[in-house]
Design a protein around this ligand. Structure first.
Ligand SMILES: NC(=O)c1ccc[n+]([C@@H]2O[C@H](COP(=O)([O-])OP(=O)(O)OC[C@H]3O[C@@H](n4cnc5c(N)ncnc54)[C@H](OP(=O)(O)O)[C@@H]3O)[C@@H](O)[C@H]2O)c1
Length: 241
């Protein structure tokens, strides 16, 4: 693998306005890829893209909408690599609330990913790839985050089952542990720094992952043409403690 692998390749980041998606867009751009990123909001997508580079394109796309996904890919073909970072987290007790509401975050991640796969099955170039986002809650589930655990496990399993369905595409997943992104600002608010610091103290690596570290794993999965059906963990050793 060399840094030339992404030069002039068409890389699409779904959920590329912030966090690990944005970091992957930057990394791919720096390696010479033609990068397109999406956000649910048009202006946010355009602003995020322009902040990376004038050639980077930004579009609105909500993967909750099958119609929107199909319409988007009608005008976007010849894709080499897709990274799906899009997703949100729903914290709730399994015995309370309305199940259909709680499962929205699961459906967003899994049905949303499947919509993208269906729409692009014939549009990915040879040696191309789709990378999903799993997570450490597959192996280290935590109370209140059961929807996330189901979602990350399913995203990782998607990478395996789809290899058998569509072997001309490489499917993989990155499985981040605690990573300092705007997702945690939304969940923890002003307590974020203190809580993430206490998590870091428990980790073998004594630090929270950066979005750039997750991005570097995604870039590896895009570039290595022999890696498929794989899950790469970027969790600071959390699964071992
Ligand atoms: N941070 C962590 O510690 C961690 C750990 C394990 C797994 N994860 C997972 O990793 C993924 C990326 O998270 P992050 O931490 O980088 O969070 P983030 O900064 O909140 O990024 C989420 C991205 O997804 C986009 N998005 C959300 N819902 C979408 C939808 N329905 N359709 C299209 N795009 C959508 C957001 O775009 P707009 O808001 O601009 O629309 C944003 O670009 C998520 O699936 C998250 O659950 C995160």
């Amino acid at each position: 693998m060399t840094n030339q692998h992404l030069k002039n390749k068409n890389v699409l980041i779904i959920g590329g306005s912030t966090g690990m998606g944005r970091a992957t867009a930057i990394a791919a751009y720096e390696l010479g890829a033609n990068v397109t990123l999406t956000s649910r909001e048009h202006d946010k997508a355009v602003t995020a893209a322009a902040a990376i580079g004038a050639e980077v394109k930004g579009y609105a796309l909500d993967i909750n909408s099958e119609q929107a996904v199909l319409a988007f890919f009608e005008t976007h073909s010849s894709i080499d690599h897709i990274y799906i970072a899009a997703g949100s987290t729903k914290l709730s007790a399994v015995t309370e609330g309305i199940l259909e509401d709680q499962m929205k975050a699961f459906n967003e991640r899994i049905l949303g990913s499947l919509r993208v796969v269906r729409a692009t099955a014939n549009k990915i170039n040879p040696s191309g790839s789709i990378t999903f986002t799993g997570g450490v809650s597959t192996d280290r589930p935590i109370a209140g985050a059961w929807v996330s655990g189901l979602g990350t496990a399913s995203a990782e399993q998607l990478a395996r089952v789809l290899v058998m369905e569509l072997p001309h595409i490489r499917f993989n997943a990155v499985a981040p542990g605690y990573t300092d992104t705007p997702m945690w600002d939304a969940i923890l608010g002003e307590n974020k720094t203190v809580i993430l610091a206490s998590v870091a103290e428990r980790l073998p690596v004594k630090k929270i992952a950066t979005p750039e570290e997750v991005a570097s794993a995604v870039i590896f999965l895009m570039c290595n043409a022999s890696v498929t059906g794989e899950v790469v963990h970027v969790d600071g050793g959390l699964r071992l403690i």
